[in-house]
Design a protein around this ligand. Structure first.
Ligand code: F6P
Length: 373
């Protein structure tokens, strides 16, 4: 349990206040979490301040707005984040593969001082591993924080699922349904490139749900011989089209990740482009007309699925409960279907990958789906 004499520096008669911010890339469900936090806080008689543009809003010029309970209903299914977000600037923390930069002491001290001036009881930080590693550093610096795990990539070790993932999978599955009919009509190979960074969760879940024939993920490096053998097998069965789902982090055996552009300072390398590389090579080898579709940020936009709405609502309410119980330095998580809390230290820096010998890959292989291995 975390307690600190100087937090909160409250004025007599003032209502309790908490803060919330959304960090890193956007994702469906951020507004749903904000809504749940504001509603649960209001029920306890607390006000909620929403900091703008992620952690940047904590620094001079401090930018926040008081979130009104009455505004919240409309937010349930609105994509993006009404608070804005950022994964660059003075708080850029992510360098890739789960590794995080140390934020400078000056920046942490300035943010803490501003939080104290606003007399916040605690700060809810909604984000993926980069943003949660900043939350952990703020906590180590004496700020009472609670983390909420967000990312379409579903790559956080400490929770069974992050919010946003289900919505991204729904989007990718819908794309596969659409690509199937055009692939079939033209007897083509269609490659769908999906996001996920260094984890293949979106690719494997959408690939199985959307009836992909080949799924290429970072956890199982592929070779073109195996991919082309699957295409030939389908041709022999009279199926003259093939659907390939490639995670942006998929890579050929012995080769490196395909990146989009050169890496920026203090920022994670941007993956992307492997779908085009794969499509060109397959067309060369099989002489079958091959097209690529890069789904990109469509996976991050729009309304959350009902699963994500429920998860976000549960996570938001749990975050406020943890503040009420003064259990700071924790992240809300889903374990065995229950919302629980785990230490932020357990949550950051450990990426969760698709187990190559796990249930979902086993299910796919049992159906004859190739992983190109
Ligand atoms: O982490 C979420 C994610 O969408 C990844 O799947 C993807 O690699 C990355 O963010 C894209 O980031 P940006 O929006 O900066 O291009």
């Amino acid at each position: 349990m975390w307690t600190c004499g100087c937090f909160p520096a409250r004025l007599a008669g003032m209502r309790e206040r908490i803060g919330i911010l959304t960090g890193g890339g956007d994702c469906p469900g951020l507004n749903t979490v904000i809504r749940a936090v504001v509603k649960s806080a209001t029920k306890r008689g607390w006000d909620t301040l929403g900091f703008l543009d992620g952690y940047e809003g904590l620094l001079e010029p401090v930018r926040y707005r008081q979130l009104d309970y009455k505004e919240m209903d409309a937010l349930l299914f609105v994509g993006g984040t009404i608070l804005g977000t950022s994964n660059k600037g003075r708080f850029a923390a992510k360098t890739g593969h789960g590794e995080a930069n140390r934020i400078s002491t000056e920046v942490l001290t300035a943010a803490k001082a501003n939080i104290q001036k606003l007399a916040l009881r605690a700060l809810v930080c909604v984000g993926g591993d980069g943003s949660l590693s900043i939350a952990q550093q703020l906590f180590e610096h004496g700020v009472p924080v609670i983390g909420v795990p967000k990312t379409i990539d579903n790559d956080l070790e400490a929770t069974e699922t992050t919010f946003g993932f289900d919505s991204a999978v729904a989007c990718a599955t819908d794309a596969l349904d659409r690509l199937r009919t055009t692939a079939q009509s033209h007897d083509r190979v269609m490659v769908l490139e999906v996001m996920g960074r260094y984890a293949g969760w979106i690719a494997v879940h959408a690939g199985v749900s959307g009836g992909g024939d080949v799924i290429l993920i970072p956890e199982i490096p592929f070779c073109y011989e195996a991919v082309c053998a699957k295409i030939a097998e389908r041709e022999n069965e009279g199926k003259h089209f093939t659907l390939i789902v490639a995670a942006e982090g998929a890579r050929e055996k012995g080769k490196d990740y395909v990146t989009a552009g050169s890496a920026e300072k203090n920022r994670e390398a941007r993956l992307g482009g492997v779908g085009g590389v794969i499509a060109a090579e397959i067309q060369k080898r099989t002489r079958k007309e091959t097209r690529v579709c890069v789904l990109g940020h469509l996976q991050r936009g729009g309304a959350p699925t009902s699963f994500d709405r429920l998860l976000c609502t549960r996570f938001g309410a749990k975050a406020v409960q943890l503040i009420d119980e003064k259990r700071y330095g924790q992240m809300v998580a889903l374990k065995a279907g229950e919302t629980v809390s785990v230490k932020l230290t357990e949550a950051v820096g450990h990426l969760r990958n698709v187990p190559a010998d796990g249930d979902i890959v086993g299910t796919a292989k049992a159906l004859g789906i190739s992983f190109g291995d």
